[in-house]
Design a protein around this ligand. Sequence first.
Ligand SMILES: N[C@@H](Cc1c[nH]c[nH+]1)C(=O)O
Length: 416
Amino acid sequence: MRDKQLHTPEGVRDIHCNEALKKHEIQRRIMAVFHHYGFLDVQTPTFEYIDVFSHDSGTIDIKNMYKFFDSDGNILVMRPDITPSVARMMATGYHHENTPKRFCYLGNAFRNIESYQLKLREFTQAGVELIGIDSEDADAEIIAIVIQSLLAVGLKDFQIDIGQAGFFKGLLEEAGLDSKYEEELRMLIDQKNYIAVEELLDSLELDQAHKKVLLDLPKFFGDVKVIEQAKSTTMNKKALAALDRLERIYNILCDYKVEQYISFDLGMVSQINYYTGIVFRGYTFGTGVSIVDGGRYDTLLQEFGHSAPAVGFAIIVDEVMNSIERQHIEIDVPSTDTLLLYNLKSRTMAISIADRMRREGMRIEIGMLDRDLEENIAYGKKNHIGGIMNFLSLDEVELVNLETEERNTVDVKSLF
Ligand SMILES: N[C@@H](Cc1c[nH]c[nH+]1)C(=O)O
């Protein structure tokens, strides 16, 4: 019992002071990039009716959502991602508009996933959704924004793997595979469980040529040349159109001068159901899971009664933090400038001086330990405070630089 009182459940965690400051800084830099590309902030509720996430174009599997009831017996879920909520908001709040919309957001999402996946069950997403445009320029811009965001937080060694949901769908169509097996096949391919993929394809009596292409999917991984190779494996129009589009997106990414971060993975299939075009994931060292997930979803909005193409992504801030930590990338965070000590006589003056300094932008903490200076010095150093101002009287203030431990006593008036 006490165990549960003192511990957090698996997959959620506390974030302590310095780490929280770093997280804020990372989020600030990412959101600044989004704003520089003209995206506007939106906020949607943390929980919604299950219907927002459980339709045909769905998001993740319902069994992985946290569900509960409201007092009227409706089923609610903690949002497993934010894209369907933004799609709902767009469809209900902006249906009369026919110009593209650029929305960005920062918020937590919740997934009740198996613990062996070692993923957090509550995590922060910083994402963008570009709604109303179906062009490859939009696809490329979105990927360029991912790259600029990761560069802005100090990452250098990372890779964006791009796949195409349309290529996989085209192959299945060509093979004549019943769509009811698509989900299972997608899951097995995503898990790279090729023994099970082969078993499934055998049980469906697929002909050898089609079976081979599906089994060869993981080989289509690498630089832009794999697109050319993939073209020779299929005659399906949908699959070929998907590959052509990928090539054009790559060319635009060269205009953005970010091609060094791009690789292709035509075997990439997402667990998320709503992707219809490009899908992509970002990877870096220090975390085994993706730090960015995204893609084009041209049919999701139609579930909410407003048909519009869209593309977007979400950066998983917690995973970015992990990799920054492991890669020893410095993130400067502000610390308290001054620890202020006063006595009964100097209190009124000290409080008003502290106020003035805060208005000037400084971080001032009033010392709450007793007035033993050594104790305060030890406390200040431990908490990375810049210095101490010890108001000895109405005229005299003792200044201690906590970095050098230099001390001197000056006239209060000389401070201003
Ligand atoms: N919502 C997706 C990411 C995304 C945003 N827009 C398009 N895809 C996720 O949580 O993985």
